[in-house]
Ligand binder design. Structure first.
Ligand code: 5AD
Ligand code: SF4
Length: 466
């Protein structure tokens, strides 16, 4: 079916290449695969589909990279540091490749950046497979070439396809990641995502809901809906759907579960969505609304499409409609053209909003983006000073906000357990997405429990089960 320029089709589980690889794997005896994800939850979700394809081909998942027969690094290209890490991790595989017959592949956002696939191929001749984003459905064909035809495969062609019915091997025990849309059309001037993940395209609601239902049947208690800009979900689809309506439909599904979503763009956050979150029991009272800067001049240079006043109005509206809501954000310090006065406006905004969660980054020029062409005269050392100021102000905010939470009751879904001298500590998130620690038994993993908060660190609230 061809919908408004986006090609949609179902993954063909009966393709010839799948049978051929299965036969090969069976002949070889047990073959294992290892997949490592860098970056965001969308990448983690892609990796779950990569793992799904490997399982379909008859391979076994392993967490032990050194002993595996296939290694895949699913990379991130959003900031320079992420790229650097990937380059050094790939370099470190050289000895392993020399010592045993392991197939090594690199995929994802970094590979999709201009010229990078070629550079990887030259610098690391031992890489067998290099492929960009949106090509997971072709993995069996790539592997057929690598395994059966002994070819080296490098593919980065961009596609705007949505491929449904890919097999999935879920990697998380509590949280079921469900993409609602792919790509991004916003072209924030610093961001590489629209170039590496392609045009914005939404999955049809029937497919999203079917995946959610399946996750619930499999026992997942938390659904995390994913998209670079979930608030523009539905644009380009033939039915009258938007993200608020999709949430309403998911909220109606039977069962005890909760729903989160990432990421919201402030310019597209509608009052309809806020009202739906306010009234829907299963939708977590949490918004992640990256502000990026408190200076209108910088926001304009970033092409964000809102002013700091509009952002503050939105936050005030959300807090009025949803008492107790938690609000998270992202900030970039040291954007090209940002002066100290601009930066101080960001600090002011942080003090005013008092975010419950804040992710902070030093600006990282990405080749091909508009910001990379802008004059950038503030030295990195100074940007680091700004960054430290940002952290210290936010730490004060955390301390202040967390101290107010002492005595509050939180419903927590424990997802991790640690043991020390026979005592078990559970960790999970409350409805608002804050980390909560408490003493308990392993049996509570995946069960909703009510916790009274007694104390807090900067990262976590600590309480007791009632
Ligand atoms: N430099 C620094 N931070 C960036 N982000 C995206 N691109 C860049 C960049 N070039 C940050 C933004 C975004 C988050 C996912 O990563 O804050 O919201
Ligand atoms: Fe990047 Fe902006 Fe799209 Fe987010 S909304 S992925 S920051 S271009």
């Amino acid at each position: 079916m061809n919908l408004l320029g986006n090609v949609r089709f179902d993954f063909n589980q009966n393709a010839n290449s799948i049978d051929e690889i299965r036969d090969y794997v069976q002949e070889k005896g047990e073959l294992s695969y290892f997949v490592h994800s860098y970056g965001c939850q969308q990448n983690v979700s892609d990796s779950e589909r990569i793992c799904g394809v490997f399982e379909l081909l008859g391979l076994t998942h392993t967490l032990n990279m050194e002993n595996s027969d296939f290694i895949i690094f699913n990379t991130c290209g959003v900031r320079h540091t992420a790229n650097e890490r990937v380059w050094s991790h790939i370099g470190a595989l050289k000895d392993l490749k020399q010592s045993k017959n392991v197939i090594i592949g690199v995929c994802g956002c970094m590979v999709q950046q201009k010229g990078i696939a070629e550079q990887l191929g030259v610098r690391f001749p031992f890489l067998d497979l290099i492929f960009g984003t949106n090509l997971i459905h072709q993995l069996p064909e790539f592997l057929k070439e690598v395994l059966l035809e002994r070819k080296r495969v490098i593919v980065t062609q961009a596609t705007d396809e949505i491929v449904e019915k890919l097999p999935i091997k879920r990697g998380l025990n509590i949280r079921c990641l469900v993409p609602v849309m792919y790509g991004c059309d916003n072209f924030c001037s610093y961001c590489v995502v629209p170039y590496v993940r392609g045009k914005e395209r939404s999955r049809v609601p029937e497919n999203v809901i079917a995946e959610v239902k399946k996750g619930l049947q499999e026992g997942f208690k938390e659904i995390l809906l994913l998209g670079q800009n979930v608030n523009s979900y539905g644009k380009g689809l033939p039915s009258q759907i938007n993200f608020a309506k999709l949430l309403l439909a998911i909220n109606k599904l039977p069962g005890e579960f909760r729903v989160r979503f990432l990421t919201s763009h402030p310019k597209d956050c509608s009052s309809e969505l806020v009202a739906v979150v306010a009234q829907s029991k299963k939708i977590c009272k949490q918004f992640h609304l990256p502000v990026q800067s408190g200076s209108n001049k910088v926001l304009k240079l970033m092409n964000r499409g809102y002013t700091s006043e509009e952002y503050l109005e939105l936050i005030a509206h959300i807090r009025e409609q949803i008492p107790g809501v938690t609000i998270g954000s992202d900030i970039i310090a040291g954007f090209p053209g940002e002066t100290e006065e601009d930066f101080l406006e960001t600090l002011e905004l942080i003090k005013r909003v008092k975010f419950d969660q804040l992710f902070t980054f030093i600006y990282s020029p990405r080749e091909g983006t508009r910001a990379a062409q802008m004059p950038d005269i503030v030295p990195r050392a100074e940007k680091k000073v700004w960054f430290k100021q940002l952290l210290s102000i936010q730490n004060e905010v955390y301390d202040e906000q967390n101290s107010k939470r002492i005595g509050e009751k939180k419903v927590v879904l424990p997802e991790q357990v640690t043991e020390s001298s026979g005592k078990f500590t559970l960790w999970g998130k409350c409805d608002g997405g804050l980390g909560v620690e408490f003493a308990g038994t392993e049996a509570l993993l995946g069960e909703f429990v009510t916790i009274v908060i007694e104390t807090a660190t900067r990262r976590n609230l600590i309480g007791v089960k009632i």
